[in-house]
Design a protein. Sequence first.
Length: 230
Amino acid sequence: MVTYLGDDLYAYQPLCQLIAETPQQFFIFVCKPESHDGLYQWLDFLEKNAALAMVTHRHWNGKRGELWRYRFAPQVPLCNSDDALLVNWFELLITDEKTSETLYHNSFVTNHPVTVANVVELAQLGRARWKIKNENNNTMKTKGYHLEHNFGHGSQDLANVLATLNLLAFLLHTVQELLTPVYQRLRQALGARKTFFNDLRALTRYLIFDSWDDLFRFMLDGLDIAPVPP
């Protein structure tokens, strides 16, 4: 089973219908009122008739109380057309318990069933897109990989090759961080990812190492870090 996450640009019938008609394929896409007039007309009608289901939880974030309000509606039309795809809509509104200040507000459409039992989990999944962006995409933009939004675009094959190599490098580094103790120790000792990359660049510019293991051992010795047990 696969669930696709995306912003409001993806919440349109052709893509949503293609996913919904594919077995074991699901989507959770941001759905904004300004770009989905027909859908929100239905929701306004349901709200006026008290037909929107609602769940509210109180959270303490360590400094203040927050109210997390979830609302949802099943089987509403995604657009204004006779053949509109029916989707399940839900929203999350987070407010300050004392001041009622809005801290977060977003709404989504999905082909997952939405119920009182799972609306919290679905909202977590919908918001996870930002976690992915911040931890993966932002790392590749600002931590030494230099991958920009338009990197890999254009008519020349070289750009796509470089973008693919960047993605492969990030994948291999992630595997190293998860599975290789010596890599983990070096990354922890050097702190910033850029510092680690700069050290690798400087060392391999002036010295030749027989293997990555030899390079890592050299770095461990230089940083006076105890060797990894065999």
